[in-house]
Ligand binder design. Sequence first.
Ligand code: OSB
Ligand code: MG
Length: 367
Amino acid sequence: MKLTGVELRRISLPLVSPFRTSFGTETTRDALLVRVVTTEAEGWGECVAMAGPLYSSEYVDAAADVLRRFFVPTLAAVDQLTAVGVARALEKFHGHRMAKAALETAVLDAELRAEGRPLARELGAVHDRVPCGVSVGIMPSIDELLEAVGNYLDEGYLRIKLKIQPGWDIEPVAAVREHFGDVLLQVDANTAYAVSDARHLARLDPYNLLLIEQPLDEEDILGHAELARHLKTPICLDESITSARAAAAAISLGACSIINVKPGRVGGYLESRRIHDVCQAHGIPVWCGGMLETGLGRAANIALAALPGFTLPGDTSASSRYYQTDITTPFTLEAGHLPVPTTPGIGVEPLEPELAAVTTHTEWLKL
Ligand code: OSB
Ligand code: MG
């Protein structure tokens, strides 16, 4: 397989409701799609970098730039291109994992389409549907939070994740527990706390949370290990886990007992599978995170979430939780689950009119 063309496409989709976290409020999803054309087939990848460097150091304009200047020209020079070869070819470039992931996913999609193989089978999926949770942003009031959570539970979501930050933590958790009983509940701090908040965070212990996600800075592995000694709530890492090696180190140091796997954050689906394997070997449960993906990224995430070590419901919500109109056939919840795509590659393609309607810029890269 050889790369013959690459399209970078910028899209802008309004979110059905603002999504507020400790690092900011999103009202639209400005994303980058990568389409590769090869001698064998075409493939798509969605870059999960956000508009600003607030979740991590990556942001969407930087992803487009590094793809255009460095990654695509390097891959264009590879004669026998395979998905496995993408990470090897790009290894010399530091960081920019979300950009690498998008390109590797597009090549993987093309390769699997050419061979007629679905991504889920390729990765080692063992389920044909996956249980879904929903990530609920910080709300203006407890009443609005309870209404939102109630609606999601009515829709069938099997697990609720509340975004927290100092000043919005114990009270929303207590209110959701009181109103909705023993629903599966967890929280995500997106690095908003310090180790010195240990006694405060221990006040979450009585609420039987599944986990607390990324309470401390992404680089503070030892801080998480220290915090874990003060909390009954299991610590799950998101931002800190950038590779299988980082996962192995965090587990060995006692920094987490659960891991959120996001393919974009770790450089792609192949590295995600390695993290899954490391975690399985250590008895560490994993679940599939999300980055407000369109149906393109969602399809691939659902394939990953069907691996045997993904034993907790993911942030793999239905299309309608994010978008009025998705760019693929929408994923709809059935009894709290989403179906694992079964057709070759990532198993979905953008719908032409829907894609055109949200496209803000298209760029063909000269190879
Ligand atoms: O930390 O998991 C996170 C969204 C954007 C950036 C970071 C995170 C999130 C979410 C939403 O929690 C997950 C989703 O529903 O896609
Ligand atoms: Mg998170």
